[in-house]
Design a protein around this ligand. Structure first.
Ligand SMILES: [Zn+2]
Length: 275
């Protein structure tokens, strides 16, 4: 899934490879997929893209943008896998869009569960996309303690910390995936009510948010997700589907796995206090 580390890492990797490449052909989805969302009719993507050259890549929230000349953009959301193939390789059997460059290298976009592949000229009117562009990212300097505090006071009812940080797109690209290690490093239980979190713990959480995301990016993304070349990232998630059967990396206790608010949470009862 694309969360903040992946949109940052993949866009950087992709930029070094794709910059200045010119699109010469577009191949429609080889296998229709019910939960792939396009902007308009994807049959028209060919007319929009052919002849255009890649100028830059940008990652934000859970989106990656390929910026082409003539103000044309390709934007992919969380759930879409974008993989680069050198000229010698064969097209993958299944894809939801394939873009061929003049040097015969190509990009294949695949969707496993759900995801959006938008191609458009100018801007796109989509809440999630615009929200992702407009809100501050925890990677920004301007996302400071005052702004973090503002997120806490922006909600009226007493909700859990997972609900606050990883739902409703208050922090675009902070999803259930990266949340697990952020909360573990801060010693906070995912179901902890925000009214019970002290100012000191909020400072720890703010610090953990910044440091954990930075570490994920510096290590090339999480080891549960694939990068632009199809390799897993180098950041070893402390709590994930790969590690929850191992003892807690801090106290050696048992890690609990639970479904909560539309995603699987992992936590240590000893190290992450719920009260
Ligand atoms: Zn523990």
């Amino acid at each position: 899934m694309i969360e903040i580390p992946e949109s940052t890492v993949i866009s950087r990797q992709a930029e070094t490879i794709l910059i200045d490449k010119q699109i010469v052909d577009v191949v429609q989805a080889s296998s229709p997929h019910r939960f792939t969302w396009y902007s308009g009719d994807p049959i028209l993507y060919r007319n929009l893209l052919v002849g255009h050259r890649v100028e830059a890549l940008a990652g934000h929230g859970s989106f990656i943008d390929i910026l082409l000349d003539g103000n044309v953009r390709i934007s992919i959301s969380d759930g879409v896998n974008m993989k680069f193939y050198p000229a010698i390789e064969k097209y993958p059997v299944k894809h939801q869009l394939l873009i061929l460059f003049e040097d015969k290298s190509f990009l294949a976009f695949t969707v496993s569960m759900y995801g959006a592949i938008y191609v458009y000229n100018g801007a796109i009117d989509n809440f999630y996309y615009q929200n992702s562009l407009q809100r501050l990212s925890p990677l920004d300097e301007t996302f400071n303690k005052t702004y973090f505090e503002h997120i806490f006071t922006s909600v009226k009812k007493d909700m859990s910390i997972k609900a606050l940080l990883a739902t409703e797109q208050r922090i675009p690209g902070l999803g259930n995936g990266v949340l697990q290690d952020i909360l573990f490093n801060a010693g906070i239980h995912p179901k902890r009510k925000i009214s019970t979190i002290s100012d000191l713990q909020k400072e720890d959480l703010f610090h953990s948010l910044k440091v954990t995301l930075r570490s994920m990016i510096n290590n090339g993304g999480r080891n549960t997700e694939k990068d632009f070349y199809g390799n897993f990232g180098g950041y070893k998630c402390l709590l994930s589907r790969n590690t929850y059967k191992n003892p807690c990396p801090n106290c050696g206790g048992t890690i609990v796995k639970e479904a909560y608010l539309g995603g699987t949470i992992y936590y240590c009862r000893e190290c992450q206090s719920e009260k």
